[in-house]
Design a protein around this ligand. Structure first.
Ligand SMILES: [Zn+2]
Length: 68
């Protein structure tokens, strides 16, 4: 079942799902966008997609949630 991702909250480009060693996160497809640097903090793609679609990406450096 494909997971629907909303466009990037920062630049509007399509989102993409990233997975590594069982961890997942959605991120921006533009490497120059601040939405691209997302830590893989979700244990399921469904959870990662839900977080992305709620416009609350987590920055890899700080782990803090970004205010809108
Ligand atoms: Zn973006």
């Amino acid at each position: 079942m494909p997971i629907k991702l909303l466009p990037c909250p920062f630049c509007g480009r399509p989102g993409q799902m990233k997975t590594s060693q069982g961890w997942s996160a959605a991120s921006c497809t533009d490497v120059g966008c601040c939405g691209h640097q997302i830590a893989l903090t979700h244990q399921s793609e469904g959870s990662a997609a839900a977080a992305w679609n709620h416009r609350m990406p987590v920055h890899a450096e700080t782990g803090t949630k970004t205010a809108a």
